[in-house]
Design a protein around this ligand. Structure first.
Ligand SMILES: NC(=O)c1ccc[n+]([C@@H]2O[C@H](COP(=O)([O-])OP(=O)(O)OC[C@H]3O[C@@H](n4cnc5c(N)ncnc54)[C@H](OP(=O)(O)O)[C@@H]3O)[C@@H](O)[C@H]2O)c1
Length: 325
């Protein structure tokens, strides 16, 4: 397959490109050139946020395009208008943030978030999901419903520059009294970037349309279980202190202190239905494998940018102990 990836050099897209190259596909990546294209892929340079920035895509034909780098509907509208007729299919990397509500086993036909006003392009926690909904709808309009929207949950694994998962793993490895958020039975859903990459390439080579969740792990998994797996893998001896969300919200704690901790108000079920994903070929490696690979990459290349600082955690635990007498 001749595959065009819009993005493809940092994390989610990088692993889609790697999976495609490993499967013997010919891959072009369109990006600005701030990060290098993976070996074996051809680089097409341009900036989709600049006038005329898509010029490098004016010629050529591909069996499929995977759009990893679009966050606002203008970006997909422009790319779709230019590529329509020269790409066999359009696969859009969306997100589970498109869903309006947090319910157990949310399926692809669940109600979606309301897109913000058409002129809004600022991507924030409040607009991210709605803007992706608008992107999905813009593609459906151009491609007459034949586009496919892949909706990942949190993505973890090597090359994750966000440090979200690694920050938890580092902290468990360090051991001692450790602040955790909420209830250990709260579900935690994530997909390993390597599984997502392989899955997305299979989707690009296939014919499915509509939307598909790309979540994991294989079985419903809780925060307590994931942190226990991390302790086992790292030989950490962390004593987890589960702090109630309401209490933490009333403290002076930065928003990024507890990454990936979506406040699902249910236990005992996965947040996202995976029936369609499994039918279409999504497989899951063990959580322990994701833990090992995330830490191995982080220890070599990562930067500690997420999670609570040691001092902030100590203050938080002191305040908690004081309050409980
Ligand atoms: N991480 C998660 O947990 C998660 C969860 C759900 C969904 N997602 C989705 O996954 C995608 C993000 O993945 P990623 O950042 O890891 O993907 P990536 O494709 O590996 O990296 C982003 C790419 O976009 C290129 N790029 C950025 N701005 C551009 C522009 N204006 N014009 C042209 N190219 C541009 C970058 O290259 P240059 O720097 O060289 O331009 C880079 O190749 C998003 O669609 C996000 O919604 C992520």
């Amino acid at each position: 397959m001749r595959l065009l990836v819009l993005g493809g050099t940092r994390f989610v897209g990088l692993h889609i490109v790697r999976a495609a190259l490993a499967a013997g596909h010919q891959v072009d990546v369109f990006h600005r050139g701030r990060t290098p294209a993976p070996d074996g892929a051809r680089s097409l340079l341009g900036d989709r946020d600049e006038a005329g920035g898509l010029a490098a895509l004016e010629r050529g034909a591909w069996d499929a395009v995977v759009d990893v780098s679009a966050y606002v509907p203008r970006q997909v509208r422009e790319a779709a208008a230019l590529l329509n007729g020269r790409v066999g299919r359009y696969v859009f990397v969306s997100t589970v943030a498109v869903y309006r509500d947090s319910c157990p086993e949310t399926a692809e036909d669940a109600p979606l978030a309301e897109p913000p006003a058409p002129n809004v392009e600022e991507v924030t926690g409040a607009t991210y999901g709605g803007l992706k909904v608008a992107c999905e709808r813009a593609l459906d309009a151009t491609f007459d419903g034949s586009a496919l929207h892949v909706r990942p949950t949190y993505v973890v694994g090597p090359d994750d520059y966000t440090d979200r998962f690694a920050s938890w793993l580092r902290r468990v490895r360090r051991g001692g009294r450790m602040a955790a958020l909420g209830d250990p039975r709260t579900p935690l859903s994530f997909v390993d970037v390597r599984d997502l990459g392989t899955f997305t390439v299979g989707l690009a080579a296939g014919e499915a349309a509509g939307a598909v969740n790309a979540s994991g792990p294989a079985r419903p998994t809780t925060w307590g279980q994931v942190l226990a797996t991390a302790a086992r893998v790292t030989d950490g001896d962390a004593e987890l202190i589960w702090l109630p969300r309401d209490w933490v919200a009333a403290q002076d704690v930065p928003a990024a202190a507890f990454p990936m901790a979506s406040p699902h108000a249910f236990t005992g079920a996965a947040p996202y239905a995976l029936d369609r994903a499994h039918t279409l070929g999504l497989t899951h490696r063990d959580v322990a494998d994701s833990v090992r690979a995330t830490l191995a990459w982080h220890d070599k290349h990562g930067q500690a940018t997420a999670g609570l600082s040691d001092a902030a955690e100590a203050d938080l635990l002191t305040a908690w102990d004081r309050e409980r007498g």
